[in-house]
Design a protein around this ligand. Structure first.
Ligand SMILES: [Zn+2]
Length: 185
């Protein structure tokens, strides 16, 4: 599965931001967003090594909450709501394509303007990535983990598009539970 190389990256970042910065459940346990350095480290990982301040992490947490609703709307079968949310984010975060060349890289496409904050830029980029997915008829590639006690999100980049879990950990939990259920019968 390859939507467009940069779109693929920002969709993966959207998934990681949602999973790092929204409360809920993860792999069978409650998940509470950590604070301070631990939260900054989680964001740094989601942003592929980019350092952030606590204020930027606060702003990104708001962005993550908006991004989560795109995944939950798709999972609930409400693609219209997901599309409307993406459109609102594209507008609010001033998403606009622009070719940039910096740090010795060749010309490449940025999905945000030149004067946004770090959180606005990532919000514009993640929203554009999700717009590419939904606009390409691939909304069913966006999902929320179907394992019990887990609501982490994922993007399904498998060839056949049958992914249902956030991780192999959750897949194995569900498999083990099914095995136990058969064993007690
Ligand atoms: Zn899961």
């Amino acid at each position: 599965m390859n939507f467009n190389s940069h779109a693929d990256v920002v969709v993966a970042v959207a998934v990681d931001l949602v999973n790092a910065l929204t409360d809920g459940a993860r792999r069978g346990c409650p998940y509470v967003v950590p604070a301070g350095e631990e939260r900054r480290a989680a964001v740094r990982e989601a942003l592929r090594g980019r350092e952030v301040t606590d204020t930027e992490a606060d702003e990104l947490a708001e962005v993550a909450a908006e991004l989560r609703t795109v995944f939950t709307s798709v999972a609930a079968g409400d693609v219209d709501a997901a599309a409307e949310r993406v459109n609102r984010m594209l507008r609010d975060y001033a998403a606009r394509p622009r070719l940039a060349r910096h740090d010795g890289e060749p010309w490449h496409l940025h999905f945000h303007g030149e004067d946004g904050t770090l959180a606005q830029d990532w919000a514009a980029s993640c929203a554009t990535g999700l717009a590419v997915v939904i606009g390409g008829g691939q909304h069913n590639r966006l999902g929320v983990c179907t394992a019990p006690v887990c609501d982490r999100v994922y993007v399904d980049v498998s060839r056949n598009g049958t992914r249902r879990f956030c991780s192999t950990a959750c897949q194995n939990r569900v498999k083990a539970a099914a095995f136990r259920a058969r064993a007690v019968r």
